[in-house]
Design a protein around this ligand. Sequence first.
Ligand code: PD2
Ligand code: ZN
Length: 308
Amino acid sequence: MSDSDFANIRGWLVEQIRAGYSANSLLLSMQDRGWGRELALGLIAQAMGDRAKADAARDGSADGALPPANAVPLSSSSNDANDAVSLPPAAATMPTPIVGDATSVDVGDRKVSVLMAMKTPQIVLFGDFLSKQECDRLVETARPRMQRSMTADRHTGVDQEDTVRTSRGMFFERGENPVVRAIEARIARLLTWPVENGENLQVLHYRPGDRYEPHHDYFDPNSLGASALLSRGGQRVATFLMYLREPERGGDTTFPELGLRFAPKRGCALYFAYDRPHPSTKTLHGGAPVIAGEKWVATKWLREGAFV
Ligand code: PD2
Ligand code: ZN
């Protein structure tokens, strides 16, 4: 890390704090990007001090009245008021999964069961979304194309090898083959959301030890790379995660803030929605390490507009 890297991260932190992001959400973002906890906490505390000094200078208040930077509380509730005033706007419309009161829904080519549904955040677990043949077909078509997973750097938007996601992955083209086409159309009907608003279907493969650290799927609108990511159909508003093969042990999809975990089960699909790019959506989620066996999933991220 050079001095200018540190200056960049400090500048970014001050901007985030000004935008109302809490210390806790910044800590999670930095840990997502591989920063160590202690170093991240130190930089956040320092940036909070810088912000307070800048505000005090503008307001003409005395420097001596400022709390020392390292006294800034860093609990998740410390900046709730800040978070509340600076919420980014909510999406105008959202996917509407057909859930109803029924235990199963007819999506045209298949009957899908509703195994669990939660309102806030909206999380729905569907059973029998994919047949065994469809799961196998996706895995076998994806297998020769798997590569180490990459993630867009939160600050620069540049794709880089992921330190928080150790799985391997690949993307299908939209409508690339009949199975992909059928699944994409089924998702669109189930969620009442246009096929065009879906990103390319991604397949991920986890072996023992592989994991996906807790993260949010929406793009941080304040990151340097945001405008490039957002120019391709706007924000992500929901995630549709399909389990293709379950490991023998481990590999749960977890929502740490909700104390919720889903054990992968072949053919099931997990839907969750976030109407604004903000931690208040409580959609922090991760993939717990696989302990034994292999886990295969396919993810369809849904955008506000047509994905291009
Ligand atoms: O594979 C998972 O369980 C998982 C966990 C968190 C997948 C994703 N996120 C994702 O594809 O966004
Ligand atoms: Zn995710």
